[in-house]
Design a protein around this ligand. Structure first.
Ligand SMILES: Nc1ncnc2c1ncn2[C@@H]1O[C@H](COP(=O)(O)OP(=O)(O)OP(=O)(O)O)[C@@H](O)[C@H]1O
Ligand SMILES: [Mg+2]
Length: 415
């Protein structure tokens, strides 16, 4: 690809310019002067707008760790993860472009205006018309499965050209390892459209996490955990199970879209690349001056993850949102589910973020210790609130058709 320099924009304003330095294999970012004047601190901890470096318009260097692909963490957040990356690799192959010719800045230009959050990249690699098109969920889901399972040797056939283009548009930008699609749904008519751009009146933005239709009920479990999280008082976007031709997927409303307006989003990984514990997460919350409500909310989520064994609590599974006035808040919770691999040994199922210095065998005393160190007032009531919500697991799981044997196995893992 040939986009060595791109412009980063936010809500129609030029944020700055990003170049790829092939020698260092790092990106170099520079704020646009006018952007620094409007006081939107979009990466307040890693590239603050009032720092001497930003003010003198000296370049900010990318981060060479694998997670950031050589980009500044603020921008690495706009790249997809495993699933989106495998679709991008296929897209490159279909377009006869060698992977080694493509750098992460090119990838952002491929993402264009389809990134999660509100940052956009120009020039955008146009993928045909950007307007919303109808989505046949079952057809695209089956096609995504075919494409990924045969990716080493499938040359996509001509008759699939349109499906392929649609799949790339709705699935190649969101993060995470599981297959998903960004869609817009009209709740009255049940129509599903692509959700990568502005959507027509009556439609709202959702993420559809595909079930993989294997023996493990990913979608149903995530829904059961959603019900428990709500019961525990956790702020989480409205979600539901949606069945299309016998396959049940998990559908969750997007918190980075309000109508067709975008909210700026930064994950914990982007905010603080060194974060490795819940204590670090609380520290970011304090540095951002978020209201006490957000500290308490994050504490609830931490208790929930520990007691219900959501061990996949890595730094991209926590995020912060910024509105057009520059006000930061903790984002709603997402990706909350049972994430112990029942077939794996214990050490493989430890928490990604540590708690009180531990990544497994975490006790209620550890949770209390964190509460005390972070001035959480009513921790006892909060712990009880989560315990009571989790005690409904069996009821919610049974109601949603999860196999009894699996319910027992999962129940045994709870703290
Ligand atoms: N409701 C939502 N609104 C906006 N963005 C979301 C929402 N849910 C998830 N995301 C974003 O999409 C990304 C992928 O979603 P999610 O974490 O649920 O997928 P996953 O494939 O299960 O992830 P993982 O690789 O952590 O298992 C998240 O990292 C987050 O940035
Ligand atoms: Mg995730």
């Amino acid at each position: 690809m040939d986009t060595n320099a791109i412009k980063v924009t936010l809500w129609g304003q030029d944020v700055g310019y990003l170049y790829w330095d092939n020698k260092q294999r790092l990106a170099v970012f520079e704020y646009e002067k006018r952007f620094l004047e409007n006081e939107l601190d979009i990466a307040p901890l890693t590239m603050p707008i009032d720092s001497p470096r930003s003010k003198k318009r000296m370049p900010w260097l990318g981060n060479s760790e694998k997670l950031y692909a050589g980009l500044p963490p603020m921008l690495a957040d706009s790249l997809p993860d495993k699933y989106g990356n495998s679709l991008f690799s296929l897209w490159l192959r279909e377009n006869k472009i060698l992977t080694k010719q493509v750098n992460p800045v090119d990838h952002l230009s491929f993402i264009g205006s389809r990134a999660m959050g509100a940052l956009e990249f120009e020039p955008a690699k146009e993928l045909g018309n950007n307007s919303a098109f109808d989505v046949d969920v079952q057809k695209l889901y089956l096609f995504a499965k075919d494409v990924l399972s045969e990716k080493e040797n499938t040359v996509l056939q001509a008759e699939n050209a349109i499906l392929w283009q649609d799949l790339i548009k709705i699935s190649s930008s969101p993060g995470g390892k599981r297959p998903k699609a960004i869609v817009a749904i009209n709740k009255e008519t049940n129509e599903v459209k692509s959700g990568q751009g502005a959507v027509p009146d009556g439609f709202e933005h959702y993420i559809l996490k595909y079930d993989d239709n294997s023996s493990y009920p990913y979608a149903k479990l995530e829904y059961v955990y959603y019900l428990m999280a709500k019961e525990a008082g956790i702020d989480i976007m409205s979600s539901e199970l949606k069945t299309y031709e016998g396959v049940t997927h998990f559908l969750t409303k997007r918190f980075d879209r309000i109508g067709n307006e975008k909210l700026h989003v930064q994950t914990l990984a982007a905010m603080n690349p060194l974060a490795s514990s819940y204590e670090d997460l609380f520290s970011v919350i304090r540095q951002l001056n978020l209201p006490y409500e957000d500290i308490e909310q994050q504490y609830l989520r931490m208790i929930f993850n520990v007691l219900s064994k959501n061990v996949d609590d890595h730094s991209k599974n926590f995020a912060f949102t910024m509105d057009k006035k520059g006000v930061w808040r903790l984002s709603p919770a997402y990706d909350i589910t049972f994430s112990v691999d029942l077939a794996a040994p214990n050490y493989a199922n430890s928490h990604s973020l540590t708690i009180n210095g531990k990544d497994d065998s975490i006790t209620i005393d550890d949770l209390i210790e964190v509460a005390k160190k972070n001035d959480i007032k009513n921790y006892k009531a909060l712990i009880e609130q989560v315990q009571s919500a989790i005690s409904k697991f069996e009821e919610f799981a049974t109601n949603n058709g999860i196999d009894e044997k699996l319910i027992v196995k999962i129940r045994k893992c709870f703290v």
